[in-house]
Design a protein around this ligand. Structure first.
Ligand SMILES: [Zn+2]
Ligand SMILES: [Zn+2]
Length: 816
């Protein structure tokens, strides 16, 4: 957008130069001491004054006056009158005058053609120029500049080589005006080499030619050349104008050469161009890109505010640099000014509402959008959909989606991402297949979102299919997509496939390393996770917060205290990463599971902010394992203060009192649970067989095979007891007999799913189960034994991690 504004402005500048020269040139040749000519001359002067005074009626009134007096104007003065009409866009009068002029010359043609050209009447302009050629008028440099500008405007810049040949034939190629027009035309079609050849051929280059060439380099991304030429121009004594400076700034931006940019800024200050719209806008861009948003803001405040561009740019940069409040404030200020926002302004301010998750503001902006009638604009409607999706009103997004006539890939992605973030993977995947049906090309955003959706599914099949689609469309080479593939395979329990994807990547970034390290850690494969971390440190990828979450959880999963301590220290010392709550939680859990309660407590004391519920829950888990009842009760109280409805913690607290035989406390915990209506989230497990997903709730009796399943469970119970299984009834909170408690334990959803799997899934394959909650102690112990009895691998993904049960042991080492 800026480019077009810039070009037209530049061309207009060149045009003004051309015209000014023609008029001065003619006026000197007029013998102003001659009486008639003096009249013509004085009329011409008055007309030019009328133009300067912006008085549109003056042309016509002068014209009447002249006609009344009956004294004809000379050709020069008539051309000035023609120019006056053209200047005030009175093209009917201009054409009439042109047709009635007793004598016309090249200047008359050029004046009218220029007027037609700059007011968008290209064919009239071209027609006039062709007539000039046909009727044999003088073809001077002004004809060429007008023609070249016209070709650029008609988007026919690539035909300028034919004009070039003619220019060369008539020997105008060294003329600075023609040369500059020619190089600008070559610049537009990206022919930088030809532009430079023309530039080198211009003798007596003026500031406009230098500017043209600097701009040509900058517009065509030859940023270094642009800056070199800019320096050369200055050393040769040419003072750059606002266009030169803004082109140089653009190149600084392209090269991210912010220091150079500041020196160009200095140059703009010296030349008093810092308040110019183009220079100011380019400076805003530069400072915003370099992250100096405060500087950008100061510049903005000093700029004239009657143009949309600086407002729009500043709002966009605020919205993109997590300064959403500032974006909104500026938008409000803008609404109080006379400047009218366009689709880009609305899209940016809506982006700010999205970041603030402010539905209310989003709705207010929506009504302003409707008022100015921009709701059907695809950028605006995409941004609106995003606000509603991120603020939890996906139904409104869907309404806008259905209504939008112009849907691009961003439109589809917005809704798909919206569903993925809501955790509705199935809807996201349905939309994805619709998108493919409409022949819309998915992008890396689409692929990474639908892979994320697939990673929460029980079935691996959708993930695999999307993987093969990415291979077909070559998107598997894209690092964002490949990273999502690693994550999807790891979360779907296929850590080997995740590793394969990781190994095949050409270019890995931090996210790739994090995905594989966290993947291994989640699968309890701590050694692999730590080996990969060592490998990562030998690359250019810098570990970040998330890397250390993976590393520390690998250490805590494997009980590696020394390594854990070393990495925890090194994080701040060697990498300057302040530990956040996830890191503290890993360390507390690591210390706690090894019984180092004093150190764990001290570490919690060192946390520079309010410890979250996660930290207390981790320590509580450790206390339960080590039967540290006193500390356990303290932890449980902390958890319940923050999350009074946490059923698992109520159960643990009650069990701790029961261990101490303090039945009054047990009763009061239960009473309290009833009073505040704590509801246990029902356990739910999924298992897939031949593409069909089977769901089991705790105590389920609805499955068609339920009789077989309970028979299988009875057999498993018998076999496990023979192998030494003793049910841990403390898991069951209900006030029932132990026999009943045992029966309830065997109806836990993961055991139902397991029994189903043992009946239906062929013996050679592993059984994969997903559970919505943490797996309970008793199921964990039972399933360990079952894996030995049935000689099969059983994989359970619970809310936190994967448990690989095989040969009677679990990959988590009984700490989870
Ligand atoms: Zn259980
Ligand atoms: Zn386990």
């Amino acid at each position: 957008m800026i480019r077009t504004v810039y070009d037209t402005k530049l061309l207009r500048l060149v045009a003004l130069h051309g015209k000014a020269k023609s008029i001065t040139h003619c006026s000197y040749s007029t013998h102003f001491h001659h009486q008639d000519a003096f009249d013509s001359y004085s009329y011409a002067t008055m007309l030019q004054q009328a133009i300067q005074n912006r008085n549109p009626n003056s042309g016509k009134s002068f014209h009447c006056h002249i006609l009344k007096r009956g004294a004809p104007l000379d050709l020069f003065a008539q051309n000035v009158l023609l120019n006056t009409y053209v200047h005030f866009h009175s093209f009917d009068d201009a054409t009439k005058l042109f047709d009635e002029m007793p004598l016309i010359n090249t200047a008359s043609f050029v004046t009218l053609a220029n007027g037609f050209s700059s007011s968008g009447q290209f064919h009239h302009a071209l027609h006039l120029l062709l007539r000039l050629f046909r009727e044999g008028y003088e073809v001077n440099q002004f004809v060429f500049t007008t023609l070249l500008k016209l070709l650029v405007r008609m988007e026919l810049a690539d035909t300028s080589w034919s004009v070039h040949a003619y220019v060369y034939k008539l020997g105008h190629h060294s003329d600075p005006y023609v040369g500059t027009a020619l190089l600008s035309a070559y610049a537009v079609c990206g022919n930088v080499g030809a532009a430079r050849a023309v530039f080198d051929g211009i003798c007596c280059k003026d500031m406009v030619s230098w500017t043209g060439m600097v701009a040509c380099y900058a517009e065509n991304y030859f940023h270094e050349d642009a800056l070199l030429l800019f320096c050369k121009m200055r050393t040769m004594g040419y003072a750059p104008n606002n266009f030169t400076i803004s082109a140089a700034l653009k190149s600084c931006l392209g090269l991210e050469a912010f220091k150079v940019g500041k020196s160009v800024h200095g140059c703009a200050l010296k030349a008093c161009y810092d308040r110019d719209l183009y220079v100011g806008t380019a400076l805003l861009e530069l400072y915003a890109k370099s992250g100096e948003i405060a500087e950008a803001q100061q510049l903005f405040e000093e700029m004239p505010k009657d143009d949309l561009i600086p407002w729009s740019l500043m709002i966009a940069r605020y919205a993109q640099s997590e300064k959403s409040r500032e974006a909104l404030e500026l938008f409000c200020r803008m609404r109080q000014s006379s400047v009218v926002p366009n689709n880009f302004t609305f899209a940016s301010v809506l982006q700010a509402c999205t970041s603030l998750v402010s539905l209310n503001l989003g709705k207010q902006i929506h009504s302003s959008v409707l008022k100015v009638g921009l709701d059907s604009n695809v950028f605006v409607s995409n941004a609106l959909m995003d606000v509603y999706a991120k603020c939890g009103e996906i139904e409104n997004s869907v309404k806008l989606f259905i209504r939008s006539e112009e849907k691009n890939e961003v439109t589809w992605n917005t809704i798909i991402v919206g569903y993925v973030q809501l955790g509705d993977g199935e809807k996201a995947l349905n939309l994805f297949s619709n998108m493919l049906g409409y022949d819309i090309q998915p992008t890396e955003v689409t692929y990474s979102s639908v892979l994320r959706a697939s990673s929460s599914l029980v079935s691996l099949e959708p993930g695999r299919q999307i993987h093969s689609l990415t291979i077909k469309t070559m998107y598997n080479k894209d690092s964002v997509v490949a990273n999502s593939l690693i994550d999807m395979y790891a979360k779907c329990g296929r850590i080997d496939d995740a590793r394969l994807t990781f190994d095949k990547m050409n270019k890995r970034n931090e996210v790739s390393w994090n995905a594989i390290i966290c993947g291994y850690s989640m699968h309890g494969l701590s050694t692999e996770a730590l080996n990969l971390f060592d490998m990562m440190q030998k690359t250019n990828c810098k570990p970040n917060k998330l890397t250390f979450v993976g590393v520390l959880s690998a250490c805590s999963n494997a009980g590696l205290l020394d390594k854990g301590r070393t990495h925890f220290r090194s994080m701040l010392q060697d990498y300057g990463i302040e530990p956040c709550i996830e890191h503290y939680t890993c360390m507390v859990w690591l210390l706690g599971r090894l019984g180092q309660f004093d150190e764990a407590k001290n570490l919690i004391g060192e946390i520079p902010f309010q410890p979250s519920v996660m930290v207390w829950r981790a320590l509580l888990g450790a206390c339960v394992i080590h039967k540290n009842l006193d500390l356990g009760k303290v932890c449980a109280k902390h958890v319940l203060e923050m999350e009074p409805h946490d059923d698992a913690t109520h159960v643990l607290l009650s069990n701790m009192y029961a261990t101490e035989r303090r039945w009054d406390r047990v009763a009061s915990v239960r009473k309290n649970m009833k009073r505040i209506k704590v509801k246990k989230e029902p356990g739910l497990s999924w298992v897939e067989n031949q593409g069909v997903v089977h769901y089991f709730t705790v105590g389920d009796t609805s499955h068609p095979d339920i009789k077989l399943i309970y028979a299988m469970l009875e057999w498993l119970n018998k076999k496990s007891r023979e192998a030494g299984y003793v049910p841990d009834c403390s898991v069951v909170l209900l006030n029932v007999e132990d026999d009943e408690k045992e029966r309830l334990l065997w109806a836990h959803s993961e055991r139902l799913a397991l029994a189903f799997g043992l009946i239906h899934i062929p013996p050679a394959s592993s059984i994969r189960i997903i559970k919505n909650l943490r797996i309970c102690v008793d199921c964990h112990a039972a399933i360990k034994l079952i894996s030995k009895i049935v000689k099969r691998e059983i994989v359970i993904r619970d809310i936190n991690r994967f448990h690989h049960f095989q040969h009677g042991i679990c990959s988590c080492g009984d700490y989870w």
